[in-house]
Design a binder for this molecule. Structure first.
Ligand SMILES: Nc1nc(=O)c2c([nH]1)NC[C@@H]1CN(c3ccc(C(=O)N[C@@H](CCC(=O)O)C(=O)O)cc3)CN21
Ligand SMILES: O=c1ccn([C@H]2C[C@H](O)[C@@H](COP(=O)(O)O)O2)c(=O)[nH]1
Length: 283
């Protein structure tokens, strides 16, 4: 939590104003932030200086791991974050690749589970990683990447947290996640939960211990219409201790994640927080 607040403060103190063409809203921006999450000691990185809707963040991750491409699928498992990008962005609404209401196109999980190969078949990046890690193999390229520039025009948004690399040291699993663009008040609240849960879940289904998750962010920003709430409300609050996360131990395989797992299989203990803050969302 301390590192999150330090990043917010750094943007407020040292950020540069950068115009943003896609949303029309300028952002106070810094470049390069490194965050770390202690999964081994179960320090669940939930924001405590406002209420975090962590179930939606976990649902979003489950949708990515399942290869979802439609905002209705995300809604069905408790996540509303893709409604606006799928249905309210004029560039995507006018894109001939959009297949209708709620379609997100070839984003995130589609690339992770069904990367299109030139020979017409698809590649399942996640399954390869799970199969290797279960057998104690780290080929130094256990990389799950959603970043496919050749198909950017076939999706509603370029992936933000776009690459996850898994590493093994003995029987301990590590994760390095790479993010090109980060909406610190809204997106990062979700992304840090997702880094933590991704490592914890992968360790669990691969029979490994979880170590640390490393989160590398390039462009970290606060939109102009979020700044006052961040500077004058959230940053004035004192954080509480990190809570802990319990994952249903019956989740044992990738197929479990694909078929029956829900957000009810994730329980948070000891979450103390300040009241909710509703930040504006830029589409
Ligand atoms: N401008 C922008 N920021 C983002 O963080 C973002 C995008 N766009 N587009 C794609 C996804 C969608 N994400 C989102 C979208 C909405 C919330 C949001 O509204 N969060 C609220 C409450 C969510 C709830 O009630 O479930 C929050 O207070 O955290 C968070 C992340 C992250 N990404
Ligand atoms: O997981 C996510 C997804 C998106 N974001 C934010 C970062 C930016 O504010 C927007 C995406 O806009 P681009 O113009 O494509 O950079 O969404 C996030 O923080 N986390």
């Amino acid at each position: 939590m301390k590192q999150y607040l330090e990043l917010c403060q750094r943007i407020v103190d040292e950020g540069h104003w950068v115009e943003n063409k896609r949303t029309g809203i300028r952002c106070l921006t810094v470049v390069n932030a490194d965050l770390e999450y202690d999964v081994a000691n179960n320090k669940f990185p939930l924001i405590t200086t406002r209420k975090s809707f962590y179930k939606a963040a976990i649902a979003e991750l489950l949708g990515y791991l399942r290869g979802y491409d439609n905002a209705a699928q995300f809604r069905a498992i408790g996540c509303n974050t893709w409604n606006a990008n799928a249905n309210e962005n004029s560039a995507w609404l006018n894109n001939p690749h959009r297949k209708g209401e709620d379609d997100m196109g070839r984003v995130y999980g589609v690339q992770g589970r069904a990367w299109q190969k030139p020979d017409g078949t698809t590649l399942d990046q996640l399954k390869k990683i799970v199969d290797n890690l279960k057998n104690g193999v780290d080929d130094r390229a256990e990389i799950l990447t959603f970043y496919n520039p050749g198909e950017f025009d076939m999706g509603c948004l370029r992936p933000c947290m776009h690459t996850h690399t898994f590493s093994l040291l003995g029987d301990t699993l590590y994760l390095t996640s790479y993010q090109r663009s980060c909406d610190v008040p809204l997106g990062l609240n979700f992304n840090q939960i997702q880094c933590f849960v991704l490592l914890a879940l992968m360790a669990q289904i691969c029979g490994l211990k979880a170590g640390k998750a490393y989160h590398k962010i390039v462009n970290a920003h606060i939109y102009e219409n979020q700044l006052e709430l961040m500077r004058d409300v959230q940053l004035k609050r004192e954080p509480f201790e990190s809570p802990s996360l319990t994952i249903n131990p019956n989740i044992k395989t990738l197929e479990d994640i694909e078929t029956w797992v829900t957000t009810d299989d994730f329980t948070v203990e000891g979450y103390q927080y300040h009241e909710a803050i509703k930040y504006p969302f830029a589409v």
